[in-house]
Design a protein around this ligand. Structure first.
Ligand code: NAP
Length: 251
């Protein structure tokens, strides 16, 4: 059987896998949620927008004769990952997740680990500080209870609604970032606390390394629970899985 892949994207790893697949004969489509106004152009055919829950994704898989799904979404995109497992089970389509290992603290890191965004907000209930809030545009409103801080926000797109805290600076940029660049950014802002999701991977690690170098505290948000599923950490593992799961690739 010739494979016809659906690659759930929105990460650097998904972009790299798409670039790799584009150089092969494998048919594949990249799916993006549509959160970013000008996504990087994918090397493969692309569709944008939600599927409409589990039922919508199952219908998409059937209508497009998808043979395999690679979930390369962000480790915090839990809804999409749960939907993908459920829809693939119902449609009888094999799925693998391309994931990153979470970051682990080093001896000179000053991490406060919290379970979710709500706990990160609670951890900021303290006197005014200079805070790099690196949680993504969608979660900024949650930080309304702590308007005393001066926030540094690095975003891909400008916020589409007024921010609920008066003191902030917005830097529009997209990763991957470098430790040196983030050290300079934090030095200019006088960052004392970084709030970060434990995304893992290299593209967003710069701020964690820069915080360590400055002795700044990091409020590190743990990952949401993911469903039981097959996982790979490298592109090669995904390709091995593909060639061993009912396709006429490789062996
Ligand atoms: P989420 O909460 O898990 O997903 C919410 C809904 O958005 C899903 O139920 C689905 O809608 C739609 N969706 C999400 N990813 C999609 C995809 N790749 N293709 C089509 N529809 C998708 O996800 P999220 O946290 O909002 O993240 C959205 C996207 O941004 C993901 O693709 C993720 O890889 C990327 N991203 C997320 C983060 C993060 O911190 N969460 C960081 C960097 C990149 P339907 O139910 O209608 O199908």
């Amino acid at each position: 059987m010739s494979p016809n892949l659906l690659l759930l994207g929105g990460t650097l790893e998904a972009t790299a896998l798409a670039q790799f697949l584009a150089q092969t004969d494998i048919r594949a489509t990249v799916s993006l949620a549509g959160r970013v106004a000008r996504p990087k152009r994918a090397a493969l055919p692309q569709r944008v927008g939600g599927f409409g829950g589990v039922a919508g994704l199952e219908a998409y898989l059937r209508e497009n004769a998808i043979t395999h799904v690679v979930d390369a979404t962000h480790p915090f995109a839990a809804q999409m990952s749960h939907n993908a497992v459920a829809a693939c089970a119902q449609a009888g389509v094999p799925l693998i997740a391309l994931t990153r290992e979470p970051w682990v603290p080093q001896s000179d890191d000053r991490w406060v680990r919290v379970a979710d965004i709500a706990e990160a907000v609670a951890a900021l209930d303290r006197p005014a500080a200079r805070v790099m809030l690196a949680v993504g545009r969608m979660h900024l409103a949650a930080f309304a209870p702590n308007p005393q801080h001066h926030y540094l926000l690095r975003l891909i797109d400008a916020p589409d609604a007024p921010l609920p805290f008066p003191h902030h600076e917005i830097v529009l940029d997209r990763g991957p970032f470098t430790e040196e660049g983030d050290r300079l950014l934090m030095a200019r802002h006088g960052t004392q606390i970084v709030v970060s999701k434990n995304s893992g991977g290299t593209g967003a690690y710069a701020k964690i390394a820069a915080a360590r170098a400055r002795g700044s505290q990091v409020i590190m948000i743990d990952r949401p629970a993911m469903p039981e599923r097959l996982e790979a950490h490298t592109m090669q593992e995904v390709m091995n899985w593909l060639s061993h799961s009912g396709t006429d690739l490789g062996v």
